[in-house]
Design a protein around this ligand. Structure first.
Ligand code: SF4
Length: 408
């Protein structure tokens, strides 16, 4: 039996008869290589090339080398694997989860000298903020950034605050920043009395923010902000305005800023933003009775047309609890959907869109980078350390602590 993931050349062999782990990767065209993280996309990725000699991806001994280096490091290293990481990397993770859970897991392992974060740059920053000064956080590939986080720079956000000040609304505006933001944006949020949120607690964060002020500046994901405000808080689309940092005045008049309740930053996830209303209509046509389950980083019309919406943890739990024989179309990153399909052979689990939808930056962390990182650490050479300066870390921690203090 084969599960159609809705992708050309990509199926889950639920009987396990393919002998290849059940999946065939898309053909390696230039576009596919970019999506798989082997090309470069200078418009959306930060970082630099790997400074060391990477093992060849074709080296048949990579798994053994990773195991040997991992064993040599023992408890001195703790390997974190985000849900969207490749299978070849996830197999070496001591723990998996979303970004905030992983950062907290790292903080709970103070004996681990090295935190190897298989995820993206802002996640490693958060881990550095939340772990002790003795722990060193390592990102196996410095080019693993996040296009969404990069859509709000500290300079742009400071300029936006000046615009809100000139419009006379900064004093009544509370910043709420998604976990998927740089340490500098988290620090901005802490300095201005705001809070961080995750996709699980965004409503609680907004509830709290509206007890502190009259308006929210939501950074950097417009979709999570809009979906939470409209679908969970009962606000109207008219209560939301979109602040475009590339336009004078954010593309808004002072009066529009004064009238708005939610000021949404013009940022989005390049992965979840690809799902469309057509994706939902198409899968409903192909699979009668399918349940459409999407992440709140998807566009408003997609979330509105879906049956269920929630964080990656919610998606995982929903699939775990779903009855055998049920059908699910999942709108989130492909590595996770692929693992869910393999973990639930008694259910039909398909990818929401027909096009390949890996997170290209997440996919930059591959087995050669992990082997290079572990072997370097095992011989005492610290590579690709991510550090956040103390002042930024202090104010980012203020915003993170506010999130932890949100009323239940
Ligand atoms: S999936 Fe989206 S939000 Fe997550 S790291 Fe990739 S680009 Fe950033």
């Amino acid at each position: 039996m084969s599960t159609d993931l809705g992708l050309p050349g990509l199926t889950a062999d639920t009987a396990g008869s393919s002998g290849t782990g059940g999946f065939a990767e898309p053909s390696p065209t230039a576009a596919a290589l970019l999506l798989l993280g082997r090309g470069s996309d200078p418009d959306s990725e930060r970082g630099v090339d790997c400074p060391g000699d990477l093992p060849a991806a074709s080296d048949p001994g990579l798994v053994e080398r990773a195991e040997a280096a991992r064993a040599k490091l023992g408890d001195r290293a703790f390997v974190l694997g985000h849900h969207y990481q490749r299978d070849e990397v996830i197999q070496f993770a001591d723990v998996t989860g979303d970004s905030f859970k992983l950062a907290r897991d790292a903080a709970a392992r103070p004996e681990a000298e090295y935190i190897v974060f298989c995820g993206v740059h802002f996640m490693a920053e958060s881990a550095d903020i939340l772990t002790s000064a003795k722990q060193q956080v390592i990102l196996p590939d410095l080019a693993a950034g996040c296009s969404m986080a990069d859509m709000a720079t500290d300079q742009q956000v400071d300029e936006a605050w000046d615009i809100l000040t000139d419009a006379g609304v900064a004093d009544v505006t509370v910043p709420v920043s998604y976990m998927n933001s740089s340490a500098a944006i988290k620090a901005f949020t802490g300095r201005h009395g705001g809070t961080i949120c995750t996709s699980s607690n965004a409503k609680r964060a907004l509830d709290w923010a509206f007890t502190q002020g009259e308006k929210v500046l939501f950074l950097p994901d417009q979709h999570l902000g809009r979906n939470t405000a409209v679908l969970e808080m009962g606000l109207g689309l008219d209560d939301c305005v979109l602040f475009d940092p590339h336009k004078p005045g954010g593309g808004l008049t002072p009066q529009q800023l004064r009238d708005a309740t939610m000021i949404l930053w013009r940022g989005h996830c390049s992965v979840h933003g690809r799902f469309s209303l057509d994706s939902v209509l198409d899968v409903r046509d192909r699979i009668p009775g399918v349940n459409v389950l999407v992440h709140p980083e998807c566009r408003h019309e997609v979330v509105t047309a879906a049956d269920l919406v929630g964080s990656t943890e919610f998606i995982i739990k929903t699939l775990d609890a779903a009855p055998a024989g049920s059908s699910w179309a999942i709108g989130t990153e492909l590595n996770l959907v692929r693992r869910l399909a393999l973990a639930h052979p008694d259910k039909t689990v398909v990818f929401l869109d027909r096009a390949v939808c890996f997170c290209s930056t997440m996919n930059r962390i591959d087995l050669p980078h992990l082997v290079w990182t572990l072997e370097s650490l095992a011989r005492g050479e610290v590579v690709n350390q991510i550090t956040v300066d103390e002042q930024t870390a202090h104010f980012a921690r203020v915003a993170l602590d506010q999130m932890l203090a949100l009323p239940g």
